[in-house]
Design a protein around this ligand. Structure first.
Ligand code: HEC
Ligand code: HEC
Ligand code: HEC
Ligand code: HEC
Ligand code: HEC
Ligand code: HEC
Length: 508
């Protein structure tokens, strides 16, 4: 066989290295071609083509070089004084072909690895990488994200943001995460609040300009009680989103008070920031400071201490992309849209119980949701079970779909595990401060007037029919349940820990 390279390259080690490099290179090209032409993206393809195979490729090249060096050393007696660089004589056709082959190859490889590392970088920043590579771990966040208003905004836009510093930090903590996933050391669910989340000014505010909220937002809500008739009531809230711009003069509402006119600082007694015991509002125009304390709290807060947090977007919008819906709320929506038929007796109650049951796995949940509902109608309403089989089947299918988007038993994720701070029904949210119990030394109270954050424009109940008011109605609690809003927070009954509501529903 005619040899085109210097003989010292033809040794078993270098040949093995060449084989390894050659095969890896071929595979990379092959995967890249497939990726270019395939319609669906396969999450693991990128990690193999741009992260794993290049490692083998480079290892192969190093092995070639090592083999060559060893051979070279063996062929000469080690005489350090006489040691010289190998002479390259381009008139020798063998040496010429080796030189051409290596220089062209090296240039090509350099270009290729530059492109490859860019691809690898790009790939580790993609939603696909963040969301699907560690499949079970990120499944809840990825699924919820795909169904959120931010589904077209990349994970990195909120979690990393622009700039090299945050990129490096993210990749360092990412490497730790890779380790913890590989060795099964992560907690389920992933704990929040996320420490060291990039400040909202550098993420949210790159897209949403806080001064630019002027209009109010109308929110229509339908409710179905858990009685036989699934009694319906409706509510229209005008959320006073608000904002402000000195020139346009419209200075009012939630974002105005909480972000623009005031800087708000607080401390909490727990890691999840759910019990807030000290609040300081600093008026940005006058510089006047007001300190509100939770009644009964004697805590002394030292200015500048680390426990003080400055309120930003995330203190209210802590679930902008990963929303795990509470069962009653999401079932109300399906019923209101007619997907779950509200003429089925007790469907609200049965559906809520089936959806929010305790299940170990997804499969168990899917089959039990189906059997619970089927059995309920078979045992209690055999006629309806026969006549309305189709409606019951549709309801079951819808509930299974809702389950797969909102419950992740393998990661222990659901509405019960992550507080939602926007609102006040199931978690204290705004009522962490706006509960009438946060008072300043001169007697000012952080408001809990029901019409300060939203105006109750309209309400329809079976008892009173439709009521309208531009100034705001007084809220009639559905089902005429006696509730003292002055002394009881909604979450006392509607919250995670409370079983009275569940018991009431379950009695039926
Ligand atoms: C609109 C901004 C935004 C986008 C886009 C986004 N996230 Fe989040 N993410 C957040 C916020 C805010 C939190 C909660 C922070 C807190 O409570 O401390 C969070 C929390 C998380 C958590 C912690 C667990 C949890 O559910 O709270 C994980 C994991 C996570 N995100 C992963 C992802 C992944 C993966 C993607 C892309 C598929 C993504 N995020 C896209 C804003 C975002
Ligand atoms: C890369 C741009 C971008 C970033 C960063 C971003 N958002 Fe958004 N946000 C959007 C877009 C686009 C929408 C969707 C608008 C629509 O569909 O109506 C949106 C919608 C919203 C909405 C309205 C949701 C609704 O239900 O209508 C809220 C609230 C919101 N974002 C808050 C945040 C918060 C908080 C952050 C920071 C954690 C953030 N956004 C970061 C682009 C962004
Ligand atoms: C004090 C709590 C609070 C803070 C802080 C806050 N928001 Fe909001 N934001 C709200 C509420 C409440 C709504 C209305 C939500 C609803 O009804 O869906 C809202 C609505 C929005 C919307 C949707 C507006 C619309 O008209 O649809 C966007 C976007 C938004 N906020 C972005 C931000 C950004 C960005 C920040 C940080 C600069 C921020 N918010 C800070 C409470 C807050
Ligand atoms: C960390 C405590 C805290 C939380 C949580 C909080 N607020 Fe506030 N809020 C305040 C303070 C303090 C003021 C009063 C500022 C002042 O002294 O004028 C205020 C004032 C307001 C005002 C003006 C009220 C008025 O006097 O008319 C609105 C509107 C408002 N907040 C909306 C919200 C909404 C909506 C939420 C929940 C999404 C929320 N806030 C959560 C502390 C908080
Ligand atoms: C500090 C601001 C604030 C105050 C005070 C406040 N709310 Fe709300 N309320 C909110 C926000 C924010 C939401 C969430 C809107 C959303 O989910 O889009 C909400 C939602 C609601 C809802 C709909 C809940 C759901 O999930 O179906 C009702 C009902 C309601 N509020 C009643 C009241 C009543 C009654 C009071 C007086 C006791 C009150 N609110 C006081 C901010 C406030
Ligand atoms: C004393 C306990 C208690 C308190 C406090 C309470 N609720 Fe309720 N709430 C109930 C019960 C019980 C039901 C009936 C559930 C059913 O029949 O499905 C209910 C039902 C509702 C419903 C309709 C059910 C649905 O989700 O379809 C809404 C809306 C509601 N409550 C809002 C509120 C708000 C807002 C607050 C706080 C301002 C509040 N509740 C405080 C016990 C309470």
């Amino acid at each position: 066989m005619r040899k085109i390279f210097p003989v010292s390259l033809y040794n078993p080690i270098s040949v093995a290295g060449a084989l390894l490099a050659g095969i890896s290179f071929g595979l990379i090209i092959f995967l890249m071609i497939i990726e270019t032409f395939s319609a669906v993206h396969k999450p693991y393809m990128g990690i193999i083509a741009f992260v794993i195979l290049p490692v083998f490729l480079i290892a192969g090249l190093l092995i070639i070089a090592y083999g060559w060096y060893r051979e070279h050393k063996r062929s000469k007696q080690i005489d350090f004084k006489a040691r010289k660089f190998p002479k390259i004589d381009l008139n020798d056709p063998k040496q010429l072909s080796a030189a051409v082959f290596f220089s062209v190859g090296t240039i090509f490889l350099l270009l290729f690895s530059a492109f490859g590392s860019f691809k690898a970088y790009e790939y580790t920043d993609s939603d696909e990488f963040c969301g699907t590579v560690c499949h079970t771990v990120m499944e809840p966040e990825y699924t919820a994200y795909l169904n959120s208003p931010h589904s077209k905004v990349g994970c990195v836009k909120c979690h990393i943001g622009e700039g090299a510093g945050w990129f490096v930090r993210a990749k360092i903590s990412g490497s730790y995460q890779l380790y913890s996933v590989t060795f099964n050391k992560y907690s389920r669910p992933i704990p929040t609040p996320i420490e060291n989340l990039r400040p909202a000014q550098e993420t949210c505010e790159q897209c949403h300009w806080p001064k630019h909220f002027f209009s109010e937002k109308k929110v229509d809500l339908d409710y179905y009680l858990s009685d036989e008739k699934n009694t319906k009531s409706s509510l229209t809230l005008l959320m006073r989103v608000g904002g402000g711009n000195n020139e346009l003069g419209n200075r009012n509402g939630i974002h105005w008070h909480m972000n623009i006119a005031n800087d708000i600082y607080y401390t909490s007694t727990d890691h999840t920031r759910q019990t807030i015991d000290w609040v300081k509002a600093v008026n940005k125009e006058t510089g006047k400071e007001t300190i509100y304390k939770l009644k009964g709290s004697t805590k002394k807060v030292v200015e500048g201490s680390e426990e003080i947090r400055k309120m930003d977007c995330i203190d209210c919008h802590n679930r902008p992309a990963h929303i795990y819906n509470e069962p009653s709320r999401i079932i109300n929506i399906s019923m209101s849209r007619g997907i779950i038929d509200s003429t089925l007796p007790y469907i609200k109650s049965v559906a809520t119980q089936a959806l929010d049951g305790t299940y170990e796995t997804k499969d168990e949940a899917q089959s039990k949701i189906s059997s619970k509902i089927t059995n309920f109608y078979k045992n209690n309403y055999p006629d309806i079970a026969k006549k309305n089989g189709q409606k019951i089947a549709t309801a079951i299918k819808e509930l299974q779909k809702i389950y797969s988007r909102n419950y992740f038993p393998e990661m222990r994720v659901s509405w019960r595990h992550y507080p939602n701070n926007l609102g006040h029904m199931n978690y204290d949210g705004c009522f962490r401060c706006h509960d009438g119990n946060h008072v300043s030394d001169d007697g000012k109270v952080i408001t809990n007037d029901c019409n300060s954050c939203h105006v109750l424009l309209a309400q329809t109940t079976p008892q009173k029919g439709k009521q309208l008011s531009m100034e705001g109605l007084e809220f009639s609690h559905p089902g005429e349940i006696e509730v003292s809003f002055k002394t009881q927070k909604c979450s006392a009954c509607h919250g995670v820990g409370n079983k009275t509501l569940e018991k009431k529903v379950a009695q039926r």
